[in-house]
Design a protein around this ligand. Structure first.
Ligand code: PGA
Length: 306
């Protein structure tokens, strides 16, 4: 029995026949001739491998197999109906899921955007993954998430990268540092200062390295730490200066532990990007989040000491 050959068209015709138990009326309902209807039913019966109806006197009855096919056809059409409702709900953002992967520094703002978005669309279930750049690129290659947030698009992959918010990098010092009260500090003045750096591969570190290379300054790196919070603690503890995203200061702005130094060329101007593979068909939910964060991001800027 090659049931996979059964077509939706045949099931639809059979449903009509089973409801009317009358060839002519079923054909009328479907705007086809009784002969064409009869051919389709014969083909269906041939595929199933047993008669689906029988004529006794003037009346038409379903056979036992016919009743099984009728129940199955109802199931199939029921499922398609539900699918139509689900797709409509998805489009209307009444339900659906959003998988977002973000780079470490984005954890200072991305949950906020995501929280507000989920509040607006309460039927949406969101998951948020925080990872370093290498892990994020690996996830992107494997197409594990709907969207990615990072400070720089990977240049060796074909992606769509939409900038949505500024990411100014500031030069951070402990509040009581002698340079804290100076204005217009020349970058060269920093050459003798110990620096706390983020780990290799961090977008923040990369941007800082580029800046100092451009000014031919070899930094004295006292320590390399793998998280923004650890770097901030080291700076607050007086171990050195650091270049960090202004977003990392959002919660400490009023703490008085840090000073943002007024160094020429700072803040370094970077952008945050929402990224997805160029070939990806992004879901209606992901599209809505993309539009939401682009609109909201434009109106937000973190502390830069400007
Ligand atoms: P991070 O910053 O990699 O230093 O956390 C994000 C980025 O700038 O890409």
């Amino acid at each position: 029995m090659l049931l996979r050959r059964v077509t939706l068209h045949q099931l639809k015709i059979f449903l009509s026949l089973a409801r009317h138990l009358n060839m002519t009326r079923a054909a009328e309902e479907l705007h086809m001739t009784p002969a064409a209807l009869s051919i389709q039913i014969k083909q269906l019966s041939g595929t199933v491998g047993a008669p689906l109806h029988e004529q006794i006197g003037k009346r038409l009855f379903l056979t036992e197999t016919g009743r099984l096919v009728y129940a199955a056809a109802l199931d199939v059409y029921d499922r398609l109906e539900r699918l139509a409702t689900e797709v409509a709900a998805d489009r209307a953002l009444e339900r659906g899921s959003l998988r977002l992967s973000i780079i470490t520094t984005a954890q200072y703002f991305a949950p906020h955007f995501l929280g507000a978005f989920c509040k607006k669309y309460s039927g949406i279930e969101a998951t948020l993954e925080v990872a370093n750049r290498d892990q994020l690129i690996e996830r992107l290659k494997q197409n594990l998430d709907d969207l990615y947030i990072m400070g720089q698009a990977p240049d060796h992959l074909s992606v769509v990268a939409r900038p949505f918010m500024e990411n100014p990098l500031v030069l951070l010092a402990p509040a009581d540092h002698p340079l804290a009260s100076q204005r217009d500090i020349a970058p060269e003045q920093l050459a003798q200062e110990p620096f706390i750096m983020r780990e290799p591969g961090s977008g923040t570190r990369l941007a800082a390295e580029r800046f100092f290379e451009k000014h031919n300054i070899r930094l004295k790196i006292r320590m390399t730490l793998g998280s923004n919070e650890a770097v901030k603690q080291a700076v607050a503890g007086g171990l050195g200066l650091a270049v960090l995203s202004g977003h990392t200061l959002t919660l400490d702005a009023a703490s008085g532990a840090f000073a943002v130094l007024d160094v020429r060329g700072f803040p370094l101007r970077r952008q945050w990007y929402v990224i997805y593979p160029a070939a990806k068909q992004i879901s209606p939910v992901a599209r809505a989040f993309l539009d939401y964060i682009t609109k909201e991001g434009a109106s937000r800027s973190p502390a830069t000491g400007d």
